[in-house]
Design a protein around this ligand. Structure first.
Ligand code: ATP
Ligand code: MG
Length: 332
């Protein structure tokens, strides 16, 4: 079987609708036909300041949401990144074959660094894409399912794999990005030209998997639209309405064209009320199941430990080969 790998940061208390539609639903489908590796990148989360207790809680909460959304821990390999030390170890080697200029061109770094302040943003934030390359390359996956926002990072991991293979001999599979089509990209409800983001969106701009349904419905109803009246998909001219249509389509399985026809001549308010209901109905069972899983943290930790053991079995041979190829003396 071909292998895929993906992860979502425990950088917030809840995953959002972008994570759900842009990632989780695809993972659940892909685990049927691929050897799937899903992890919780807690090493990545500390590239922005985190409260330690919160981080531990969020890591469990994220695991619970993966499972509640349909990830099967028996079928897929599900684990926490910091439980597998090979990630940090390979990242160091990859750091040493990445150009400073090359890393400086990562647009997500530029965006996040601008927000954190260019002087205070950590070196960890700067090398984040290289750690991500290590996350990927350790498992020799054929495909990396990610949203459009991650395309540049997957490209970097391909470049690093090829560079390492050329310099030191064939070691890594060069992974293909499995990019979800553009309609799967979900935008901030209050700022519909920016992507919905755990770390960058304001609360009002987010639809969270674990929020109370009343809060969720209110946020959909308060979404920014435009001064017009027509319910039509036009990403440039009507970003707010286009985002609502994309969410509706993603959750209901109906095409945007069908929705445009159904809402022809109706008001923005109608669309919002109906969409709020669709969102709440879809997310309610996921939320319930996640809450149920979180009542037994010991069982969650057991599943994660089992996943980490499986993951190390895959990662350790890759790291051993890398170490040998770069000329590190065997430890034993
Ligand atoms: P952060 O702000 O901490 O970077 P994030 O919201 O961008 O968080 P990630 O953990 O970086 O979430 O991404 C997890 C997965 O969710 C990735 O596959 C990413 O492409 C996808 N994703 C993130 N935001 C969106 C979005 N708005 N629409 C569609 N997919 C998204
Ligand atoms: Mg992100």
């Amino acid at each position: 079987r071909q292998r895929i790998l993906s992860g979502m940061q425990p950088s917030a208390g809840s995953l959002h609708l972008g994570n759900y539609l842009g990632a989780l639903v695809h993972w659940v489908r892909l685990q049927e036909t691929y050897d799937a590796v899903f992890f919780i990148p807690d090493l990545h989360a500390i590239t922005a300041p985190q409260d330690p207790q919160e981080l531990a809680h969020r890591t469990r909460t994220t695991a619970a949401q993966y499972i509640a959304g349909g990830v099967d821990p028996d079928r897929a390999t599900l684990f926490v990144q910091s439980h597998v030390p090979e990630h940090a170890q390979l990242a160091w080697v990859l750091n040493c074959i990445t150009g400073f200029g090359e890393a400086s061109r990562m647009t997500q770094f530029k965006d996040k660094a601008a927000k954190q302040g260019t002087d205070t943003a950590s070196v960890g934030l700067f090398t984040y894409p290289i750690l991500q390359a290590a996350d990927i390359l350790l498992y020799q996956p054929d495909g990396v399912p990610v949203g459009e926002d991650q395309r540049q990072h997957v490209e970097l991991s391909r470049d690093l794999a090829q560079r390492f293979n050329t310099r030191f001999g064939e070691t890594f599979v060069v992974p293909e990005p499995f990019i979800q089509k553009d309609s799967a990209k979900i935008y901030d409800l209050q700022n519909p030209t920016a992507k919905m983001s755990k770390s960058a969106s304001s609360a009002a701009g987010l639809v969270n998997l674990l929020d109370d349904p009343k809060v969720t419905a209110k946020r959909i109803r308060s979404a920014v639209t435009d001064a017009g009246t027509e319910i039509r998909f036009d990403r440039a001219g009507k970003p707010g309405i286009s985002n609502l249509l994309a969410i509706y389509s993603g959750l209901s399985g109906r095409t945007v064209a069908e929705l445009e026809t159904e809402y022809e001549g109706r008001m923005y308010g109608h669309l919002k009320v109906d969409l709020a209901e669709v969102v709440v109905e879809t997310l309610a069972p996921v939320r319930r199941r996640a809450e149920e899983l979180l009542t037994d943290p010991a069982e969650l930790d057991r599943l994660l430990a089992q996943g980490a053991a499986k993951a190390r079995g895959l990662a350790a041979p890759t790291l051993a080969e890398v170490y040998a190829r770069v000329g590190f003396l065997p430890a034993a």
